[in-house]
Design a protein around this ligand. Structure first.
Ligand SMILES: Cc1cn([C@H]2C[C@H](O)[C@@H](COP(=O)(O)OP(=O)(O)OP(=O)(O)O)O2)c(=O)[nH]c1=O
Length: 193
């Protein structure tokens, strides 16, 4: 499948083990490059899904000067969005505990922005999922944070981990989008190239 991609050398520029796992599931040949440190700031005029799409483009631009013709760069960014605010990666153990207390018993959205870049063109898109958390006890929050150390995850949780098994009541939209890559939507975009 995706024979049309043979004309590209696909590069996933990401440090996220989840994104690597999902890209591998797509079954296309690609290489992973670590992402240089990117300033993930964004204009405060942006809201919701505009934010991770903007950051995915920023991640791509950090790479662009090093690109060769024929390369197809894939970058992505995932945020949790609740009550009009971004929940990115937590600041340490206390930050993770605070975030999970805030998510407990409520619903929120997860937006992932994806950017496809070559030396000639760039296009980006976003995917949105809705997650409803059950009420989490203090013990459950502390157990999860101390055992899973989710400081590398937006919203301080991994839907693919224990807290997703016991704490997520329902999901609408793509599960994989929550993990960090809306792989079905990405497949649809790659098919068009
Ligand atoms: C909400 C959620 C996020 N995540 C992860 C996906 C991303 O790795 C991370 C969001 O942080 P990002 O800044 O989007 O990505 P990253 O820093 O991990 O990787 P890179 O920028 O190098 O591509 O949170 C999960 O694994 N499960 C979840 O349920």
């Amino acid at each position: 499948m995706l024979d049309n991609l043979k004309k590209y050398q696909i590069i996933l520029a990401s440090n996220s083990p989840r994104r690597k796992e999902l890209m591998s599931g797509l079954g296309v040949d690609y290489v992973v490059r670590t992402l240089p440190d990117v300033d993930e700031s964004y204009p405060d005029t942006l809201v919701g899904a505009e934010i991770p799409e903007y950051i995915a483009r920023e991640k791509a631009d950090a790479y662009r000067t090093m690109m060769e013709p024929g390369e197809l760069l894939i970058t992505a960014d995932t945020i949790v969005w609740m009550d009009g605010k971004v929940l990115g990666k937590p600041e340490g153990r206390e930050g993770a505990i605070e975030m999970l207390r805030a998510l407990s018993g409520k619903s929120h959205q997860v937006f992932t922005g994806v950017c496809l870049t070559t030396t000639e063109w760039q296009k980006s898109f976003t995917a949105s999922s809705e997650v409803v958390f059950d009420v989490l006890s203090e013990d459950e929050i502390l157990y999860y944070v101390d055992r899973y150390q989710p400081m590398d995850k937006a919203g301080a949780y991994g839907v693919q981990e224990w807290i997703g098994y016991i704490g997520v009541k329902s999901i609408s939209g793509s599960f994989y989008n929550i993990m960090g890559l809306p792989i079905q939507k990405l497949y649809g975009e790659l098919k068009k190239l």
